[in-house]
Design a protein around this ligand. Structure first.
Ligand SMILES: *[C@@H]1O[C@H](CO)[C@@H](O)[C@H](O)[C@H]1NC(C)=O
Ligand SMILES: *[C@@H]1O[C@H](CO)[C@@H](O)[C@H](O)[C@H]1NC(C)=O
Length: 359
């Protein structure tokens, strides 16, 4: 347990996540296998201060520009939103959660700032990483880490994002709160009974070598809004049964991982993307995103989106020689490709020990 005195500045980190199997069924009462990526993270710094201040990021929250043209270019590339709103939202959710649950918070001020190296719009969950790192700061600053259970924290992160109109499921937030590799079950019965899913950390050594593929300039992916959510709400049978199949892939995949049955894992990853493609349609997936998947498959790798598009996770069932082919094929197509290093567990020993006693 890190003991933090009040005078001290602290920095907490949360990693990008890769949805290995099961996405997007986490939004629909399904299951998922996901992990945190070591090289890509958001950091949030908190230092005690006289006033309460949330600091804009010098690049991501720009409000001053050299010209009107520069302003427009900036919005074209990065959209309207930086991270300040995320920090504000998690402060509010954290405060309200503590109030509702009788968790007393000392009256003291702080200054929050953030930074991130997670590529934007890449389906790597950069926003929730900022929220997760901020929550971690707040837990330590107020000394309430032991009063807000690990299983509940992803809900708080998701609620902060929902305040901002971000539509998402719990999967990313679980991977970020837990770190490492996690199997998650969001079945309605668990959600109703526990208020959260059942999350099982798995040994990261079960994973085969995996590769991350993304485009340097993703802006032209031409994604259109999909109707999947509405169809699911309307009881569309195809969507409901496909979503169940996707959830089953995560269940089967977690068993395949436990057996290190990588040919089976490869099959399940491909199936996951094929089901997504059928449900969402090519227009919603985006041409560039589909091309990344197809380039990986052209040399026999298994591939699927890491999230809802922007980056792809690939696996080479035939081993190292195939991985070389993958690198060449991606580079020739103009994509960035790198081997993934999985981030270690983000939980303290006490937190890990507390998990089993609640499930
Ligand atoms: C927090 O900052 C405000 C000014 O922004 C100040 O009025 C208040 O007294 C501060 N609270 C504490 C506990 O220092
Ligand atoms: C991997 O899983 C598939 C499908 O369940 C099975 O047919 C195959 O025998 C398994 N391979 C190994 C090496 O266990």
């Amino acid at each position: 347990m890190v003991v933090v005195t009040e005078k001290e500045e602290m920095e907490r980190r949360a990693y990008a996540r890769v949805g290995l199997l099961g996405n997007p069924s986490d939004v629909y009462g399904g299951r998922a296998v996901s992990f945190a990526v070591a090289g890509l993270w958001a950091t949030v710094r908190l230092r005690p201060s006289d006033q309460l201040l949330v600091q804009p990021h010098p690049r991501h929250d720009l409000v001053a520009f050299p010209s009107l043209h520069a302003l427009v270019e900036r919005l074209d590339g990065g959209g309207y939103y930086g991270g300040v709103r995320l920090l504000l939202a998690i402060c509010r959710i954290f405060h309200n959660h503590c109030k509702q649950n009788g968790i007393a918070l000392e009256d003291k001020n702080f200054t929050l700032s953030y930074d991130t190296n997670i590529p934007r719009q890449a389906g790597l969950s950069g926003s929730s990483a900022i929220v997760c790192a901020a929550l971690s700061c707040l837990l330590d600053f107020y000394g309430v880490r032991d009063k807000i259970r690990v299983e509940v924290r992803p809900n708080l992160i998701l609620n902060a994002e929902k305040e901002l109109g971000i539509v998402a499921g719990l999967q990313d937030r679980v991977a970020q709160v837990y770190g490492g590799l996690v199997y998650m079950d969001f079945s309605q019965e668990h959600m109703d009974k526990l208020g959260h899913g059942v999350y099982t950390p798995l040994d990261v050594d079960l994973l085969p070598p995996l590769y991350l593929i993304y485009a340097e300039n993703p802006s032209d992916s031409g994604k259109v809004h999909s109707s999947v959510r509405q169809r699911w709400l309307d009881g569309d049978e195809f969507i409901i049964s496909s979503m169940k199949e996707v959830a089953q892939l995560a269940y089967d995949g977690h068993n395949a991982l436990l057996q290190k049955n990588y040919s089976e894992l490869a099959r399940l990853m491909n199936k996951n993307f094929d089901l997504r493609r059928k449900m969402f349609g090519d227009d919603a997936l985006g041409e560039l995103n589909i091309k990344m998947v197809e380039v990986a498959r052209s040399i026999g790798a298994a591939s699927k989106f890491t999230g809802s598009g922007g980056a792809v996770v690939a696996m080479c069932p035939d081993g190292d020689a195939q991985a070389e082919l993958l690198k060449t094929a991606c580079q020739e197509a103009g994509f960035v490709v790198e081997q993934i290093e999985v981030a270690p567990s983000a939980l303290t020993k006490e937190e890990l020990a507390s998990l089993s006693s609640h499930q």
